[in-house]
Design a protein. Structure first.
Length: 289
C-alpha cells in the first residue's frame, strides 16, 4: 500500500529567519486520505509544494494550540476555499479549536461574505466541522483509525500525541512533549514515529539570540525532549523508523544534520531521518529500513 509522510515545516517555535525553515506542519497520505497534522506558518505553501491539490483538503489535526502549530490553520482552509474547495473538511483539535475557528471566521467576515456573493462560492462556514477531542479514539472511518494520548508539555495541558492506522500501517506523532515514557506504549511497533527533538548544544545559543534568556530556557527544558530522549522512546516502542521533527534549534548554522545524528545514536540504532522542510518519507522506505 502506498503512502507517504512529508515534513512540511520542520522547526520548533514560532520565529522565522531569512532562508530558514518553517514552523511545524506535516502531511500524511495514508489509505488514500490527505491528512494534515498541525498548521504552523507555511503549511499552505508546504502542501502545494508537496503536490497536494488544496481542493482535496479533507482531514486536519491540531495537536495543541501553541501558535507554531496552529497560526495558519485559518489561512490554510480559507486558501483552499478560494482554490475551489467544495467538500467538507473536518478539523480535529483540542478544547479551544472551535473558538480559534470562530474568531478566524469573524476576522474574515468581509472577505467571506463578498466572495460568496461576488464569486458564487459555497459558504465556508458550512464546509468546516470542528471536532474537539481529548484522549482516546478520535475517529474511525473507511479503515482509518486515529487515537490520541495526552503528553507532557507544561504549561499546556491539552497537548496530544496522535496515532494514525490504516491497513496495517501506523504513524505516530509525539507532538510537543518532555520525555514521556507512556509514549512508548502508545507508539508500540509503529512504522514511523515522528518525535520532536532538541539539541543541548544549540539551546544556549538559541536562548541568547532570542533575548528572553532564563524563562525561555526553563520552558524548553521542562516541556521538550532532547534528541537522545526521542531515541529512547523509539527504542522502547520498537518502531521501524524514527523521524526527528520540530527541531530546536533548526536554523543555527553551527548545527548540522551530523550533530543530530550523533546525539540520537546514543540511544537509537535503527532507521533514522532528520526532518527538513519538504522532506518525504515513503512507507516503502520505512518498511525496508
Ligand atoms: Zn511547538
Ligand atoms: Zn508547544
Amino acid at each position: 500500500m502506498s503512502g507517504r509522510l512529508v515534513t512540511l515545516g520542520s522547526k520548533g517555535g514560532p520565529a522565522i529567519r531569512p532562508g530558514g525553515p518553517w514552523p511545524t506542519s506535516s502531511l500524511l497520505e495514508l489509505g488514500g486520505r490527505v491528512i494534515v497534522v498541525d498548521g504552523g506558518l507555511g503549511v499552505t505553501h508546504g502542501l502545494t509544494d508537496a503536490g497536494v491539490n488544496l481542493k482535496a483538503l479533507d482531514l486536519v489535526f491540531i495537536t495543541h494550540l501553541h501558535s507554531d502549530h496552529v497560526l495558519e490553520l485559518g489561512g490554510l482552509i480559507h486558501t483552499a476555499w478560494t482554490a475551489g474547495l467544495a467538500t467538507p473538511v473536518q478539523v480535529f483539535g483540542p478544547a479551544g479549536t472551535q473558538d480559534y475557528w470562530d474568531g478566524f471566521l469573524r476576522s474574515m467576515k468581509f472577505d467571506i461574505d463578498i466572495r460568496i456573493v461576488d464569486e458564487g462560492r459555497p459558504d465556508i462556514r458550512e464546509l468546516v466541522k470542528v471536532r474537539e477531542f481529548s484522549e482516546g479514539l478520535l475517529c474511525e472511518e473507511e479503515g482509518l483509525r486515529v487515537s490520541a494520548l495526552r503528553v507532557d508539555h507544561p504549561p499546556v495541558t491539552n497537548c496530544f500525541a496522535l496515532r494514525f492506522e490504516h491497513g496495517g500501517r501506523s504513524v505516530v506523532f509525539s507532538s510537543d512533549t518532555a520525555y514521556f515514557p507512556p509514549l512508548a506504549d502508545f507508539a508500540r511497533s509503529a512504522d514511523i514515529l515522528v518525535h520532536e527533538a532538541m539539541l543541548e548544544a544549540g539551546v544556549d545559543r538559541l536562548v541568547a539570540r532570542t533575548g528572553n534568556g532564563t524563562r525561555l530556557k526553563e520552558h524548553l527544558l521542562a516541556s521538550h525532549s532532547f534528541a537522545q530522549q526521542a531515541g529512547r522512546i523509539a527504542r522502547q516502542a520498537g518502531v521501524r523508523h524514527l523521524v526527528l521533527h520540530h527541531l530546536i534549534p533548526a536554523d543555527d548554522p553551527a548545527i548540522g544534520e551530523a550533530d543530530w545524528v550523533e546525539a540520537v545514536r546514543e540511544s537509537w540504532a535503527g532507521a533514522l531521518t532528520i526532518a527538513r522542510d519538504g522532506l518525504v518519507v515513503e512507507f516503502a522506505d520505512a518498511v525496508a529500513a
